[in-house]
Ligand binder design. Structure first.
Ligand SMILES: [Zn+2]
Length: 457
């Protein structure tokens, strides 16, 4: 499993080791204890120093276009908005999870020091696996919310994509022009910005920087649907804590819903749907897959949460036709019906924890060719570099790959068939929420716990 330590912590541990060596040479045991205790007491302050030095207690929302085709990526900044909250951790500013298809980084211009980074995935990345992406260009809206740099700090933003062996490769870098950042009031010319009506569905008693802020956005509910909407939002919040490890993490995940209404009731995109103007552009049948509910209108979607602390979004869709979707650090969607509980826990684990699908179906040429690289998802391996993965959770005598027999049921192993591919991709367990909507396997459980803790430190 990957380590999530910050460099500052590493630096600090090194300082402590040096102190210990010094104390051992020139002092006695009492001195050593005093020095170690002193070093430990300043550790948390050093970790937050990075935040205090570079950032203000606000968020900076950057809207950009991601365009191109296979092997070609263009990133164009469309607009920058100062928003009241940056709700992520003040301590874990550098993303060490190595997850996501893309990495967005902030550098202080003068020192070229990396001061923030975050891995993300997007609909553009999924579109790349379609045939049309070999012949034509696509253009998709994307959004990243970063901590707002202080007035006197000059910052560059860099966009990186994965190369053929899944290492990040920087493809674009821009200096952030402070004059281009608009205050939130700028976007509310007629009326003062007023906070939307919020419905608290789970309160943690923690501050925004020490919790996961999950925002539920109802989609396709008109004012006449208000009662059903309220019921569905409550249900959805309940579903989130129906499965481990989320059940045990309830005191770390704050759930807030935004009260809002659509002009038309329901979700469009299906042949028999009568919805003409889909609320927030949310529709079934994304990329020709009937159950796949997504929207390309990311900028409009993020307008809904500008004034709300937000680390993750679930769109609660007013439809009883099975469907959903989830992309890492993008958003998740879910229908409201019999299997919504499992569907949202599965989809949220894509969108929040970056877990991969552990099932295999419709082997695609694009997928087969990626067997040469180690996937970045914690719960998938091609055995190209298994040392990064869950080997430490396996019994020594479990063979690799592991036979899918009764003997290895309920044991962590390396089972063939994952990530939509039947050969060459492996998963850690015979059954899992990410494969067949059964309880999470130990590897996914650990990964979700790690991710939640990163937001809470
Ligand atoms: Zn799993």
């Amino acid at each position: 499993m990957r380590q999530h330590k910050s460099f500052i912590i590493d630096d600090c541990i090194q300082v402590m080791i040096n102190l210990l060596i010094f104390a051992e040479k020139f002092g006695n045991m009492k001195n050593i204890k005093i020095i170690v205790l002193a070093a430990l007491s300043i550790l948390p302050f050093l970790s937050y120093g990075q935040w205090d030095k570079y950032f203000e207690n606000k968020g900076l929302r950057i809207d950009y276009s991601h365009s191109g085709r296979q092997g070609v990526d263009y990133f164009t900044i469309n607009q920058m908005k100062e928003i009241p909250y940056y709700s992520g951790s003040r301590k874990n500013l550098i993303d060490r999870t190595d997850n996501g298809a893309y990495l967005i980084s902030l550098y202080e211009k003068d020192s070229q020091k990396l001061i923030f980074s975050k891995g993300v995935s997007s609909l553009f990345n999924e579109w790349l696996s379609m045939d049309e992406a070999t012949k034509m260009c696509g253009n998709f809206e994307e959004v990243i919310t970063v901590p707002c740099p202080k007035e006197d700090i000059q910052v560059e933003i860099a966009f990186s994509v994965r190369d053929s062996v899944n290492n990040f490769k920087e493809v674009a870098r821009y200096e952030i022009d402070k004059n281009e950042i608009r205050p939130i009031d700028f976007f509310f010319k007629k009326a003062k910005p007023s906070k939307p009506h919020l419905i608290k569905l789970n309160e943690t008693g923690r501050t925004v920087d020490k919790r996961v802020d999950l925002v539920l956005i109802p989609v396709g509910y008109t004012e006449e649907d208000k009662e059903k909407m309220m019921r569905d939002l409550e249900k959805m919040a309940g579903y989130m804590f129906s499965e481990e490890p989320y059940k045990s993490l309830k005191d770390k995940i704050e759930i807030t819903a935004v009260e809002r209404y659509a002009k038309e009731s329901g979700i469009g995109g299906l042949k028999d749907s009568e919805v003409k103007n889909s609320d927030l552009g949310v529709e079934y049948n994304t990329f020709g897959s009937p159950r796949y509910i997504m929207t390309r209108n990311l900028w409009e979607l993020y307008d809904v949460v500008d004034l709300v602390p937000c680390d993750a979004i679930i769109m609660v869709c007013n439809s009883d036709t099975y469907g959903g979707g989830g992309i890492y650090n993008y958003y998740a969607t879910c229908y409201m019906g019999d299997r919504s509980k499992e569907v949202i826990v599965h989809e949220f684990s894509h969108s929040f924890a970056g877990l991969g699908d552990e099932y295999s179906e419709n082997d695609s040429q694009a997928g087969m060719s990626s067997v040469k690289a180690e996937p970045y998802e914690d719960n998938i391996t091609t055995l190209v570099d298994f040392s990064k993965k869950w080997g430490y959770m396996m019994d020594k005598d479990t063979p690799v790959p592991t036979p899918q027999t009764k003997e290895y049921e309920n044991k962590v192993g390396v089972f063939e068939g994952a990530s939509y591919i039947s050969k060459g991709f492996y998963r850690p367990y015979q059954h899992c929420m990410m494969r067949d909507l059964t309880p999470f396997c130990p590897v996914c459980t650990k990964s979700i716990q790690n991710m939640v803790n990163l937001y809470c430190e």
